[in-house]
Design a protein around this ligand. Structure first.
Ligand SMILES: [Zn+2]
Length: 52
């Protein structure tokens, strides 16, 4: 099953593993939401993961 994290802007990060989807959403936040990137931690990201 794929893992996804939906960003508030509509971007959807997809990955086959938790690490993969977290690294994708981190890359997106770094370029599109630098303030969010600074304030969101690993635990928050793990809580946002949904199974698709
Ligand atoms: Zn976004």
């Amino acid at each position: 099953m794929a893992r996804i994290i939906r960003c508030e802007c509509g971007f959807v990060a997809r990955g086959g593993t938790d690490d993969e989807v977290i690294s994708t959403i981190r890359g997106h936040m770094k370029t599109d939401h630098p303030a969010l990137f600074e304030s969101v931690g690993q635990d928050d990201l793990l809580g946002w993961i949904q199974l698709e």
